[in-house]
Design a protein around this ligand. Structure first.
Ligand code: ADP
Ligand code: MG
Length: 616
């Protein structure tokens, strides 16, 4: 029989390797930025078009390459960074596999221009799908410029797999942040579709954080410093009261390399224990320095996971260092670090509801259309089942559970009960049709048995449909604020708010201006208390960010969901009878009363039969 094994041609091998190295435009960004850093650049510029789908270019002022190296750099396993496997344990560079350029050149159109310090002329190479199209001598400044166009041009499946520009750009920005945070002494800038999105001058770590995440970040930072034999920690954690719902500001750098570690993240969470609101995430920007021989960064192809020799010790040190810093800051909030007065929160803003400001307790979610209060003093009660009630309840079937409850015949208990045994004739009767259990459930009777409604989810459903309607037909009613509300966000968050501005306006928000890091709001949707506005926007931003995996997300839907989530009455909130009834009413007037906007069951029913069985 003929031999059947053959060696894969290089370009095929490279394409396969590319699958590991390059998942999306952001992976290219990471590799190119890291190469520029390894080349000792002090100024690095990133240029992006169409979220990297059309162009990714990195220009650095680093040491450049000789003509031969320029050509060699695209060969697989071509690296100047290690010579033997042992070198892996002494790595001081980002790269070492010599795969990135070869992989990228296999799946894109690449143009390299590079020149070394003492040369008059540099080299230019154009490669498309591993094929060298041209190589010539050019005039070019010292350093390297590498542009990557038409990523995945020869792997349509991969290209089609790319997410929306919003999502891909988000990934690119994430990579950019990580690299820029790890190297505050390098100046970085980023341009997307022609406009400058970041300009980060050379600075110290604190300034770098502030330059990336916004001026307001400064007052949130608590320094963490610890030096032990096995581990040095330096950096910052965010003060607990500023914690947001998003995990966007959680950074570990180990020997200047961004890493993800659920285990170390846990250490931080445990240091923050008891200090955070529900669902809030601590922010942290921590640099850990360990002996390179005690880690293995080689276990993950994209190198964001590393293995530590002694994780338990690191955990303990990290946890106690962070705890210590938080403790110090609590005891002596004024002394914890130098404040730049210019960066402090303006008084007006402090007054106006940062995330930590407690919720307006008097806020009544039902204010909007206060129900016609039933005449509770009227002893001769009207049957609860008015025509509209009847229509609302027609159909709740006691299938026991779940979202696909079909509508069939279920009637709200309409016959007033016969006199209570114990009722004092003179007592004013306030016949209740609903009861609240545990400040969480609303219980009500229906003809076939009983109905249990989750108040939080039910209200989310009601609000969600309201907002969706407002947004779609642009009928949102706005309430004017006495004084404009000024809120502060990072540039990135501002970009998101800009994207959602139209929809937000349809719900009733009025933006006077959105610029730099400040949003000025002069009107809010009716029913939205001023104190909740920042929470709503923050929740919204976090929801949009967390939506990343879903390419076809609808901003409208997300906005409606997010606002409903923020404003729905919470579990634990006690409701008056009228409020309970009103909520039940509104729930069953919804298009899809049986599930919350996030598809969770809003109510269950239990039939008399089922109840009776329980008494057998
Ligand atoms: P690695 O970074 O793992 O060595 P790469 O494929 O990323 O592999 O790069 C191959 C080689 O090309 C590097 O080792 C380096 O010598 C050279 N190189 C890549 N980018 C640059 C750059 N921006 N400036 C100078 N040299 C570079
Ligand atoms: Mg590299």
């Amino acid at each position: 029989m003929a031999d059947i094994i053959q060696l894969l041609p290089d370009h095929v091998a490279n394409q396969i390797a590319a699958g590991e190295v390059v998942q999306r435009p952001a992976s290219v960004v990471k590799e190119l930025l890291e190469n520029a850093i390894d080349a000792d650049a002090t100024v690095i510029k990133l240029i992006i078009k169409d979220a990297g789908k059309t162009l990714i270019q990195v220009i650095d002022n680093g040491k450049g390459m000789s003509t031969t190296d320029a050509r060699l750099s695209f060969e697989r396993h071509a690296t100047s960074k290690i010579k033997s496997a042992e070198d892996l344990f002494q790595l001081h560079t980002k790269g070492f596999r010599g795969e990135a350029l070869a992989s990228i050149a296999a799946i894109a159109h690449v143009e390299l221009k590079t020149k070394q310090e003492n040369e008059d002329l540099g080299s230019s190479i154009i490669i498309e799908g591993s094929e060298v199209k041209s190589q010539e001598v050019v005039v070019t400044p010292k350093g390297t410029s590498l542009s990557v166009k038409h990523l995945f041009f020869n792997i349509p499946a991969r290209r089609n797999f790319l997410k929306s520009n919003t999502v891909e750009l988000r990934h690119i920005i994430d990579e950019f942040h990580r690299v820029a945070l790890a190297h505050p002494s390098i100046s970085f800038s980023m341009f997307s579709n022609g406009s400058e999105t970041f300009n980060l001058p050379e600075s110290n770590y604190r300034q770098r954080i502030v330059n990336i995440f916004g001026t307001k970040t400064n007052e949130k930072l608590v320094p963490v410093e610890e030096a032990t034999e096995v581990l040095t920690i330096s950096g910052f954690v965010g003060k607990p009261e500023f914690a947001k719902k998003s995990r966007n500001e959680q950074f570990f750098f180990v020997n200047n390399r961004f890493i993800k570690s659920a285990y170390l993240n846990h250490a931080i969470n445990s240091a923050f224990e008891g200090l955070l609101k529900d669902g809030a995430q601590p922010s942290y920007y921590l640099n850990l320095t360990v002996n390179p021989q005690t880690i293995d960064i080689n276990i993950h192809p994209t190198k964001t996971e590393i293995k530590f020799d002694d994780e338990h010790t690191l955990y303990a040190i990290l946890r106690s260092a962070v705890k210590h810093s938080l403790g110090q800051f609590n005891i002596a909030p004024v002394l914890d670090f130098d404040r730049d007065a210019n960066l402090d929160t303006p008084y007006s803003y402090q007054q106006k509801g940062m995330p930590s400001v407690e919720v307006d307790r008097s806020f009544n979610p039902f204010k909007e259309d206060t129900p016609k209060v039933k005449n509770v003093t009227n002893y001769k009660k009207e049957p609860v089942t008015t025509a509209s009630w009847e229509s609302l309840y027609v159909g709740l079937e006691s299938k026991g559970t779940k979202t696909n409850t079909e509508f069939s015949e279920v009637h709200f208990e309409s016959e007033p009960n016969t006199e209570s045994f114990f009722k004092n004739e003179n007592e004013v009767e306030t016949k209740q049709s609903t009861y609240q259990l545990n400040n969480k459930f609303i219980i009500s009777t229906i003809k076939s048995g009983m109905l249990v409604i989750d108040q939080h989810r039910a209200h989310q459903r009601v609000l969600y449909e309201d907002y969706l309607r407002h947004i779609t037909i642009k009928e949102g009613v706005s309430q004017q604020l006495l004084f404009p509300l000024e809120l502060h966000f990072s540039m990135q968050e501002i970009a998101l708010i800009n994207q959602l501005k139209d929809d937000l306006e349809s719900t009733g928000f009025v933006f006077q201006s959105i610029k730099n890091e400040t949003v000025e709001i002069t009107g809010v949707p009716v029913n939205v208390p001023e104190s909740e506005v920042s929470i709503i926007l923050e929740q919204l931003i976090s929801d949009v960010e967390n939506e990343v995996p879903d390419s076809n997300f609808s901003a409208t839907d997300l906005l409606a969901k997010s606002m409903a989530k923020s404003l729905a009455i919470k579990t634990g909130q006690s409701l008056t009878n009228t409020e309970q009834e009103h909520l039940v009413n509104r729930l069953f007037a919804c298009k899809e009363p049986n599930v919350s906007p996030t598809n969770r069951t809003t109510f269950i029913t239990m039939s008399v039969d089922e109840l009776e069985k329980k008494f057998m």
